[in-house]
Design a protein around this ligand. Structure first.
Ligand code: ADP
Ligand code: ZN
Length: 815
């Protein structure tokens, strides 16, 4: 008898308050070798079998183990998580107030997340179904005839919905069983090779009758080329089928074997190796700062503040190269929309097969394959959007966050983490260097660099010394006064005409955040709103529908007003479709490519449209924010911003910052090459500092002004911020809970803590749920934070209402 036994502490995939802690399981001898910290395991939990992650391993005396259940299986050969990532998950759940299982799940590819096949069966003790309505009786009969049916499939049958199924389960007529998904699917390819020598094969050939042409062809192939070959290639070469090859394998003349392959989304492109460029003095200085940080093996953060086109990417590439030569690994984060094939190409040309790319355009399988190359250490560079920050490298030396100010680095669902904060945490663990790159850094990063918390290097000039384009700000109120009711000012109109006449290209940006094309009855003033959300519906011209961009509700445009019966329905707002129409009207024959959510929602559409524009198939690229970044087309000489101020009045303390950043980014799109550029910004607020200073490239002044205002109104970086969002289908019950939450947070007035609200959220109702929020400001340096966190966690007990949903969003620096 062994005196002590292995115990695994497991976080189970059951997201609830009670299960948000490790549970102990015994590790059976048969699984001892496979169970590690970070392993995914299958364990019994109450009456179910669930997936879980091993977060710790200990030993215990066998005497104390009598009641402990054992792990059923270990799901992966290599644990998907490293001990470091397990610790990171605990930290995430701590600082962002989410469940541990949610944090753990966020770090693994989708195919590894607990996949439960929910199956419906008829309950073994079901009462007779004769008394039931037809639809329900048929449902039960259908399930019975198949024994087991996936829940998702049953839900597609006519007349079946969740409510019915839930009731039938409660009535013990149906049973819901869950199977835990097993090992994730790997893609394999069959390789074939001869089992005999060429001479022996020639003798075999003589035994094959002449009419078996295809068998002969396969043998001949191997007589001439005895090397191993993938089955698909063999089939094409010998013009044969799998079963023919199978016969030869049966005879013992050939052998075949399944081998795992990676689905390589870039497989078809060949990348030519490109050597490093000789750096400019500025770039060299920036690189030297990064190298000295890398060599220190200490956690260091560097803000690389460089204008667009200043050669930041080249600096990144050379810093990565140094990291690899140190035997370490690098993560490069770029915003999803900048993760273009052009961008990937630059990395692949430098580092070839050392690079794994993770982006949302990949299928789950492709993504999993890229991730495995990281986990196995096959690649040493991971480039991807936000979640690539969890790349399971074990010797992390460098983390680069390009366009570090981008709001997409913050995840809007649980865990609501900011990739920058995660990067800083991982850098501490590894003694790694973090490089934050941007032409327009986040106000927080700027402030931290200014005050010496981060190191700071700047690249103030473009590599090719191209001047920045001239910027004209047009006051649209003045246009109106002059009788111009068009979306285009006279200046933008003339500039566009000239641009097209010269055979050059233009980019038109419609800053549509907070905008919508809404539909209004002119008789009663009623706007068409979503019946489930307090949001006006957006008009889509292509199929004449009104859609809710939040819940997906769609309806035909009414010919009469639902409120008053009037017939004067009018379309307002400035959607991309409307701009496109107006372009066609003002500039007959002009060729326009439109990029917005409607034209880019299909896979590959984004890339295709950009390619078409790049090859000169259009004069104008018209789009939303998504066109503001990364694009680099030599023939673009004009950038027009249709309305700069649509983002200015959003209820967000970052509204001015976002506007400034957007305007600076889009100006960077013009005149990047030989042809000089021009920018026209149309606005109703030409005097607003974010518009005015962006137009004059007064970057320093903008940051100084913005910091002054943030300090005055107490916003990050001058405080930390939590927003508690509560939602409920019942308005009165929501109010009650929101007040309870606010009162608890306010109790005894913690020093430096300020509680604002509850107030209705910016979108007061969404998908039939009312929404309120409580905002909490606190001083980052004080001890109140721990107390505050404790109270936020306590809300779970205070807000005890099963229909209430609430979450906490953290903003500002985490220490
Ligand atoms: P950023 O990332 O700051 O926008 P890039 O790295 O994309 O800038 O550089 C802009 C352009 O200048 C690219 O076409 C790049 O190939 C080129 N470039 C960058 N560094 C150098 C250099 N040292 N010598 C010559 N060309 C360079
Ligand atoms: Zn809606």
């Amino acid at each position: 008898m062994r005196a002590d036994r292995r115990i695994a502490r497991v976080i189970v995939d059951v997201p609830s308050k009670e299960t948000d802690r490790p549970f102990d399981y015994e590790v059976p001898d048969s699984l001892l070798a496979d169970t590690e910290i970070g392993s995914r395991v299958k364990v019994p939990f109450g009456p179910r079998t669930v997936m879980g992650y091993v977060v710790d391993l200990t030993t215990a005396l066998s005497a104390s183990l009598t009641r402990l259940k054992a792990i059923i299986d270990v799901l992966d050969v290599t644990p998907p998580l490293t001990p470091e990532l397990v610790r990171l998950a605990f930290w995430l759940s701590e600082v962002y107030l989410c469940r541990k299982i949610t944090a753990l799940h966020a770090m693994v590819p989708a195919v590894l997340k607990g996949r439960y096949h929910r199956m419906l069966r008829v309950h073994p003790h079901a009462p007779p179904a004769t008394a039931l309505p037809d639809a329900e009786r048929q449902l039960i009969e259908r399930i019975e005839s198949k024994q087991e049916v996936p829940l998702s499939q049953a839900l597609t049958w006519p007349g079946v919905n969740r409510t019915i199924i839930r009731r039938l389960i409660r009535e013990k007529r149906l049973l819901l069983v869950e199977h835990v998904g097993d090992r994730a699917t790997l893609r394999t390819v069959t390789w074939v090779k001869p089992a005999l020598s060429s001479d022996e094969l020639s003798r075999c050939l003589a035994d094959i009758p002449a009419r078996s042409v295809r068998q002969r062809a396969v043998l001949e192939q191997f007589i001439h080329h005895p090397e191993e070959i993938p089955l698909p290639d063999l089939l094409t070469r010998a013009g044969t089928t799998r079963s023919v090859v199978g016969k030869l394998v049966e005879k013992g003349w050939l052998t075949w074997e399944e081998r795992e392959v990676y689905r390589d989304p870039y497989g078809e492109h060949a990348f030519e190796h490109k050597p490093p460029l000789p750096l400019t003095d500025q770039q060299q200085q920036a690189l030297d700062t990064i190298l000295s940080a890398l060599n220190s093996n200490k956690e260091r953060t560097i803000l690389l503040h460089g204008v667009t086109g200043s050669g930041k990417t080249e600096v990144y590439l050379q810093a990565i190269d140094a990291t690899i030569r140190q035997g370490k690994q690098a993560i490069v984060l770029v915003p999803e929309i900048s993760l273009t094939p052009q961008m990937v190409k630059r990395f692949k040309e430098r580092f070839g097969s050392e690079v794994a790319v993770l982006h949302s355009g990949l299928s789950d399988g492709e993504r999993y394959d890229e991730w495995r190359k990281i986990r196995s250490g096959e690649v040493r560079v991971a480039i991807g959007a936000r979640s690539a920050i969890f790349a399971p490298f074990e010797q992390l030396g460098l983390i680069i966050i390009d366009e570090e100010h981008e709001s997409s680095y913050k995840q809007e669902e649980q865990p609501k983490y900011h990739a920058r904060d995660v990067a800083l945490w991982r850098a501490r663990e590894h003694g790694a260097t973090v490089v934050l790159g941007s032409a327009t850094p986040a106000v927080e990063s700027y402030f931290l660099a200014r005050t010496g918390v981060y190191e700071w290097v700047t690249l103030p000039q473009r590599v090719n010394n191209r001047p920045f384009p001239t910027v004209d700000v047009v006051d649209m109120r003045e246009e109106l006064r002059q009788g111009n009711r068009s979306l285009f000012s006279r200046k933008l109109r003339t500039s566009l005409t000239l641009c097209v006449e010269r055979g050059e290209q233009a980019v038109l940006l419609l800053n549509r955040r907070g905008y919508s094309t809404f539909v209004l009855c002119r008789d009663c003033g009623e706007a068409m709103t979503c019946p489930h959300c307090d949001i006006s519906l957006t008009y889509h011209q292509t199929n004449r529908t009104l859609r809710c961009h939040y819940c997906g509700y769609a309806t035909q445009v009414p010919s009469t007003c639902p409120a008053c019966g009037g017939t004067h329905i009018r379309y307002f707002g400035t959607g991309t479709q409307r701009v496109e129409e107006e372009l066609a009207r003002l500039f007959p024959g002009i060729r326009v490519i439109r990029m917005d959510v409607d034209t880019t929602n299909r896979k590959g559409a984004h890339e295709r449209l950009l390619k078409a524009f790049g090859s000169g198939q259009a004069d104008v690229l018209l789009g939303t924010q998504m066109i503001a970044k990364g694009l680099d087309f030599p023939r673009v000489t004009l950038v027009g911003v249709i309305a700069a101020d649509t983002s200015l009045y959003l209820p967000d303390f970052r509204a001015a910052e976002r506007t400034f950043q957007l305007l600076m980014q889009v100006s960077g799109r013009a005149g990047r090459h030989q042809l000089p550029g021009r920018v026209v910004i149309q606005t109703y607020n030409p005097e607003h500092y974010s518009v005015d200073l962006a137009a004059r490239y007064q970057v320093e002044s903008f940051y100084r002004q913005e910091c002054r205002l943030r300090k005055q109104h107490r916003y990050p970086p001058f405080c930390g911020l939590f927003t508690v969002l509560l939602t409920h289908p019942d308005r009165a019950l929501l109010m009650r809970s929101a007040h309870l939450a606010a009162n608890r947070l306010q109790q005894d007035r913690l020093p430096g803590v300020e509680v604002l609200g509850p107030v209705p959220a910016p979108i007061p109702r969404l998908k039939d749920r009312y929404r309120m929020q409580v905002m909490v400001k606190y001083n980052v340096e004080t001890d109140s934070v721990a107390d505050l966190m404790h109270r936020l966690r306590e809300l779970e007990d205070i807000l005890d209402d099963p229909r209430l949903k609430w979450s906490v969003d953290r903003d500002g620096r985490i220490d």
